[in-house]
Design a protein around this ligand. Sequence first.
Ligand SMILES: Cc1ncc(COP(=O)(O)O)c(C=O)c1O
Length: 401
Amino acid sequence: MYRGTFAVVDLDAIRENVAAIRARLAPTTRVLVTVKANGYGHGAVEVARAAVQGGASYLAVASVEEGIALREAGIQTPVLVLGASTYESAMAAAKFQLDVTLTEDCLDWPDVPLSPPIKGHLKIDTGMTRLGVRTNEECVRLAQWILARSDVECQGAFTHLACADAETLHHAEQQIRRFQEMLGILSNVGLHPKLVHAANSAAALRRLDWQFDMVRIGISAYGYAPSDAFVPSVSLKPALNLYSFVTRVHTIQTGESVGYGATFTAPRVTKVATVPVGYADGYPRRLSNQSFVWVKGQRVPVIGNVCMDQLMIDVTDVDEVSTGDCVTLYGHRAPSDWTRQNLSHYGIGTDEALEWLRTTFRESAREEPVLSLDELANRLGTISYELMCALSPRVPRIYVK
Ligand SMILES: Cc1ncc(COP(=O)(O)O)c(C=O)c1O
């Protein structure tokens, strides 16, 4: 916190988002929340706990290592590893009671039983073309392999939709039809997975008839819509907020430049504020001269190239900006009394300071966010997912719950 750049992660928002999605589903449908990539940048362990409080009864990660981190933090909820499994990764997963993804590659596993045995989810590629069995023959072979192995329990069968967030659901409908065909094949060979699942956030928000036994939600749990092609059926609350404190205010003359490469030249006498956040924190350099931040109740532009650790903003039109004022990079407006000086008064890193930040944040969080990750993502031609995941480990996260 000494640097003055920090993220606030609103765990109440995550809990409420999960609960709102849960409430629309059949009571028997399970909710899996994906906490891969450090919980989409928010912090996997904290998100996992909030998600479970909101009604999630499964979690997913990308790798066995991510799953082990959850177990080591004491999280007992079932965890599915979504990435491809090798025999070695399955051995490690079994030790930590993590479910694995079963694909045609498993057919090459040595004929030595895993101990302890493993729970697996058979992955069916119905059109994402990423992982899983694709042909009927592959599906039968994998199903027979599972049935023949005493060390592999078929906990689930799943597919992943490539275009559930698109304007039309034509592609997703085709995938679901193919999925149902493949489920029929599994049943014919005598394999009856306990949990059938296909829906990501977009599908869970749009098609209750695609919920099967479980939905796998990610982005919606973090409070963002998967795309702007449809309006989510529940109101989602963004959980991630990024703040920093101004470290310097300086006036430059017309014609003087700002930052590396001198990509901004002042068209007038300009008041420039320096903010200690940069691309190494996850604020992309491609936002140089392209985005806005919020300071003292006003939206102001980022000027010059975003540096690794700092960026500059034009505060000419903001009255009385000074060193220590709080800047909102994205999320809810920083409360008006958030200044570096007030934080120091409470004592950086103290419980008192954290409590003050949390309490005052809750008041701001009643309003709509002033700067959304969707806006920044649109400027960059990317998606909110990428910006969340980019938030660097060096940015301290303050958890509000
Ligand atoms: C296999 C799988 N299921 C579910 C999800 C969750 O998707 P979303 O974040 O769009 O809800 C992901 C995310 O990438 C995924 O890879």
